[in-house]
Design a protein around this ligand. Structure first.
Ligand code: WT7
Length: 653
């Protein structure tokens, strides 16, 4: 099954003419104003090396300057060649000799009713101690460390501690199963794992350390030598002698002196696994210098960061959004970043607005799927809170429906806050397309313009640009500092996946159109990746999980539109031998997927069928299944179908 990146199938049906200029007051004080934005865009196009070189010199601390800004050997980029720096130094140490020393770096609002604020000085101290604890467990520069934690300050501390000693982290979202965790630890050959006894999720406790135990059981993750455990939920867990260590027992013995390791600009910073069209999740590789600069600049530009702002991104640190826009981008800028462990739920529908009111949040960044649940809960809920501190809103993760955008603007933003709809990916490292809030009008449903230094193009499969307002593949034609450098351990997969669909041009799966003013309208994935509540899943992964159940012969998974989640997972399954489908088997299969991957991958529906629609060459025709799952008429050509009677039986099932 190969990518189905077929540009001819991309058609835009969205009609949207509304446009909102930045409020005059906002624009007047914005860090980037309209003229500056276009000047920067021009300058970056004319001489990218000079553009990024000047910023890197002005905005980051380097232990040693680079010799060359960019070495581009398609598809391999090196930024700031020979330059030496440390990301944890740029996020912490350099703020300590200024009044920022005692400014809140992290404001953590936890469950149930916990909270904690760490100033830059306090965060620095804890990161140094944590870094020394990792060293005491034998973790060294160049090693990989798995992080499997809930949304607690220790998640940011652990990431920064790894960066400090030059160990690459691989954060694994706490919702992933033991199996998914094991696969990632093995791929990264992690030497240590940082976890917690458990975490609070909505009104429940989820166990984490027991999942790590399962992942490591029977020598199935042989590279892992030690496990560092943060105490969070106090539930009873087993500690394996010699392997497992409590953070609260180690911390008092750890010195708060831990100089930041001198890292090469291209040294591995982290690996983050993400889903693609084929096979197992890919370890997206990000390195130190370019990623530091790109997240630093984009945080500053897009969120119009001011020294006194309280900034809040609601993502989980298990995803790239949390890496770039809770931890690294904000802290590199010396900002105050809010971290939230909770979530809105029936017992606490106003959970988020309570946090906005409590801390006077100024900048709020969330996902369309969250906004859709706010809408469903009703506008009476946010109205009970004082949201007047907000001055800028953002969204990320999936296309936002214009009506959802309008609701966000009116109810949460009080009709006064600009909205930045930010398009980017795990692979881009940071935001690539948006409207800078003080520089350009925003249009509901459009992400906007490429940021300075991002050379987007909308192309057909052959790589030719398509005219304005025509759908095509969203491509990026030149390297940028935050781009992924590789797929961990698999450079050929890296080349093929990202630079092989359109030869020599970066493409990671989205369709888009550009309007006559240059606004980019993202139309969603054109490959076999589905976006469930802003979480990216490969249909292949879910299919593999289903097929690993003994009752299942074959499985095909597609996304179907869902009002809340954006897309929901629909699975078509054929069974082994003479077995019959039933509700209880459907439940069992859903549970099996949860066990294999995690709750985010649970299919919403399972259709048992006698056969799957295939082409004569044996390819599953997902397009037909997508139509069926969405309750639509079968669209397009079905002449390549091997057995047309399959369609009839599917319709009846
Ligand atoms: C995919 C990347 C980037 C952080 C969160 C997701 C979709 C992302 C938008 C947006 C329309 C968007 C794309 C992209 N996406 N932002 N503003 N409008 N679609 O990161 O898990 O790597 O997923 O999310 O389809 O390819 P990710």
């Amino acid at each position: 099954m190969s990518a189905t990146a077929d540009s001819s199938a991309i058609e835009s049906v969205l009609q949207e003419d509304r446009s909102f200029e930045p409020p005059a007051e906002f624009a007047a004080q914005a860090r980037v104003q309209a003229q500056q934005f276009w000047d920067m865009t021009e300058a970056a196009k004319a001489d990218p090396e000079q553009f990024w070189g000047e910023l890197a010199e002005r905005e980051l601390h380097w232990f040693q300057p680079w010799e060359k800004v960019l070495d581009w050997n398609l598809p391999f980029a090196k930024w700031f060649v020979g330059g030496k720096l440390n990301l944890s130094y740029n996020c912490l140490d350099r703020h300590l000799d200024s009044p920022r020393r005692n400014k809140a770096a992290l404001i953590w609002e936890g469950e149930p009713g916990d909270s904690r604020t760490l100033t830059y000085a306090q965060l620095h101290r804890e990161v140094c101690q944590f870094a020394n604890a990792l060293k005491s467990l034998g973790v060294q520069k160049g090693d990989r460390v798995g992080i499997y934690l809930p949304m607690i300050p220790e998640a940011a501390i652990a990431m920064l501690a790894c960066a400090r000693i030059g160990a690459a982290h691989s954060v694994i979202f706490g919702g992933f199963s033991a199996e998914a965790l094991r696969d990632r630890l093995n791929d990264a050959e992690a030497k240590a794992v940082i976890t917690a006894d458990g975490g609070f999720r909505k009104d429940k406790i989820v166990s984490l350390k027991p999942q790590v135990d399962l992942a490591l059981a029977d020598g199935k993750a042989p590279s892992v030598e030690s496990v560092l455990v943060v105490r969070r939920t106090q539930q009873a867990i087993e500690m394996v002698q010699g392997r497992d260590h409590w953070w609260h027992e180690l911390q008092p013995q750890m010195s708060a002196d831990c100089p930041a390791e001198v890292m090469d600009s291209e040294d591995l910073l982290f690996i983050l696994y993400t889903s693609g069209t084929t096979g197992t999740p890919k370890g997206v590789v990000h390195t130190t210098g370019g990623y530091n600069l790109y997240t630093h600049m984009t945080t500053q530009w897009v969120f119009d960061l001011k020294e006194t702002d309280v900034y809040w991104c609601t993502a989980d640190v298990g995803w790239i959004t949390g890496h770039s826009y809770i931890v690294y981008g904000p802290l590199s800028n010396g900002a105050t970043s809010v971290m939230f462990e909770g979530a809105p739920r029936p017992s606490k529908p106003g959970a988020l607005w309570e946090v906005v009111e409590k801390y006077g949040v100024n900048i709020f960044y969330t996902a369309p799927t969250a906004i859709r649940t706010f809408i469903k809960a009703g506008e009476d809920i946010p109205k009970q809170y004082n949201l007047s501190s907000l001055r800028l809103l953002g969204t990320v993760g999936e296309p936002i429906n214009p009506d959802v955008w309008m609701w966000y603007r009116r109810v949460i933003g009080g009709d006064r806050c600009p909205i930045v709809d930010t398009w980017w990916q795990t692979e881009t490292g940071g935001i690539a397309i948006t409207t800078l809030p003080g520089a350009a009008a925003s249009k509901p449903g459009a992400a906007g313009f490429p940021l300075p230094g991002i050379q987007t193009d909308i192309v057909d499969r052959a790589g030719n640009s398509v005219p304005a307002n025509r759908g095509g593949l969203l491509a990026i034609r030149a390297p940028w500092p935050g781009m992924l450098r590789n797929v961990y351990g698999d450079p050929e997969r890296f080349r093929r996946t990202y630079f092989g669909t359109i030869e020599g041009v970066y493409f990671a799966g989205d369709g888009a159109r550009k309007d006559e003013e240059g606004y980019h309208w993202i139309m969603g994935r054109v490959d076999d990746v589905i976006n469930v509540s802003g979480h990216r899943l490969g249909t292949m992964e879910v299919e593999s999980a289903l097929v690993s159940h003994p009752a299942v012969a074959e499985a095909a998974v597609v996304g179907r539109p869902d009002d809340l989640k954006g897309e929901a997972i629909a699975a078509f399954v054929t069974l082994e031998g003479t077995q019959q489908g039933s509700n209880s088997l459907a439940d069992e299969l859903k549970q099996h997927v949860v066990k294999e991957i995690g709750a985010i991958a649970r299919p919403s529906e399972i259709h048992f069928t006698e056969a799957l629609p295939k082409t004569r060459s044996g390819k599953i025709m997902r397009r037909l299944l997508r139509n069926l799952a969405a309750g639509e008429a079968i669209a397009g050509d079905t002449s390549t179908l091997e057995d047309r009677s399959v369609l009839e039986s599917l319709r009846l099932s």
